[in-house]
Write a protein that binds this ligand. Structure first.
Ligand code: NAP
Ligand code: ZN
Length: 341
């Protein structure tokens, strides 16, 4: 570690498509309305591929938007947060408050939103500076390493499910058992839905049941749409996979007024026929994660109901290896970088 503590270690992408590299950077200073956070844990989301492959506003960029740390210094005008407090930070990095989307309360889609790890440096570092708007309080019951994945994988699935219109007892399917999916199964089960997990291969069946799934469908062995129909048809299918074709393959498993709720971010089109939509009054929609108060709700729910990620732990200086592990699809189920500043 550097001896003079005006510098920090960080892992950055120097150019679009470039590698993740460990560098030394000045410790950032918070401006008015901002705080400096000392990072304790930052997990790696599949969406970090956007920062790595060219989706950031500029380079070099430090990725990472599943962050837990402690407030170290508050800029002028920050109220409600104090040094030493443990906080979480997700995608949402603050909103403008004046654009039409903000005025309608859709802060996560603010036209001038700060996006952690894309428009501002994120959590693959010892420190970061964020808008105080972006902070979520973290319950003591959660360790930093188990709380970190809740800041994106958690909030996205929790928030999508709680706004899905499904009621306790409804059949809700979670498509994909990765970082998002394995939390989605837990949330769906704890929310009282009859939870069905759909993934490729028989090896994930035991995991799925341990996480709370009542049924497991191996989409490599059977037609997942047909299998869901045999279970009565789903009220909601939460699609967490990265492949559009896997989403198209389950639409036939939606029941009356069923909803395909998409969080997996694929650029490819999905395929659905108008007749499929008309026959059962189906809907297809997408869901972006949520803002800081949604993160707090996710963290509180998880602490109370025992929702916890399954994680693999890496030190910050092995971030490149940890990222490759996440991309390989072999991680069970979230890779977490731990930072000892
Ligand atoms: N909407 C939002 O706000 C939001 C927030 C966070 C993440 N995301 C997006 O959500 C997606 C999942 O992220 P993650 O971090 O959970 O990724 P992950 O841990 O890498 O999991 C990816 C999942 O996709 C499945 N998959 C990949 N290719 C597939 C295929 N051809 N057929 C069926 N399944 C396939 C994988 O299944 P196997 O294990 O069988 O390979 C795995 O379950 C990403 O697209 C990410 O960018 C969106
Ligand atoms: Zn994410």
């Amino acid at each position: 570690m550097p001896s003079a503590r005006n510098t920090m270690y960080a892992v950055q992408v120097s150019r679009a498509g470039g590698p993740l590299e460990m560098v030394t950077r000045p410790i950032p200073e918070p401006a008015a309305g901002e705080v400096r956070v000392r990072v304790e844990a930052c997990s790696i989301c599949h969406s970090d591929a956007m920062a790595k492959e060219g989706g950031a506003s500029s380079y070099p960029r430090i990725p990472g938007h599943e962050i837990i740390g402690r407030v170290e210094k508050c800029g002028t005008g920050v109220v409600g947060w104090t040094a030493g407090q443990r906080v979480g930070i997700g995608w949402y990095g603050g909103h403008c408050g004046v654009c039409e989307r903000c005025r309608r309360g859709d802060f996560i889609l603010c036209a001038r939103a700060e996006v952690t790890g894309l428009t501002r440096d994120g959590g693959y570092a010892e420190y970061l500076v964020v808008s105080a708007q972006a902070l979520a309080a973290v319950p003591d019951a959660l360790s930093s390493r188990e709380a970190a994945p809740l800041l994106c994988a958690g909030i996205t699935t929790f928030n999508a499910l709680r706004n899905s219109g499904a009621s306790p007892g409804d059949v809700v399917a979670i498509l994909g058992l990765g970082g998002l999916g394995h939390l989605g199964v837990q949330f769906a089960s704890k929310m009282g839905f009859r939870t069905v997990a759909i993934a490729r291969g028989a090896d994930k069946a035991t995991f799925a049941r341990q996480l709370g799934a009542e049924q497991y469908i191996d989409s490599a062995a059977v037609d997942p749409g047909l299998a869901l129909t045999e279970l009565g048809g789903a009220r909601v299918i939460l699609a967490t996979v990265t492949a559009s074709e896997a989403m198209s393959a389950v639409i036939g498993g939606l029941g009356h007024r069923g909803l395909l709720l998409i969080v997996g971010a694929s650029p490819e089109p999905i395929e659905v026929s108008p007749l499929q939509l008309i026959r059962n009054r189906l809907s297809v929609t997408g869901w972006p994660s949520g803002s800081a108060i949604d993160s707090e709700d996710t963290l509180r729910f998880s602490a109370h109901f025992g929702v916890r990620p399954m994680i693999e732990r890496y030190p910050l200086d092995r971030a490149a290896e940890a990222y490759d592990r996440m991309m390989s699809g072999e991680a069970r189920f979230r890779v977490v970088l731990e930072t000892g500043a």
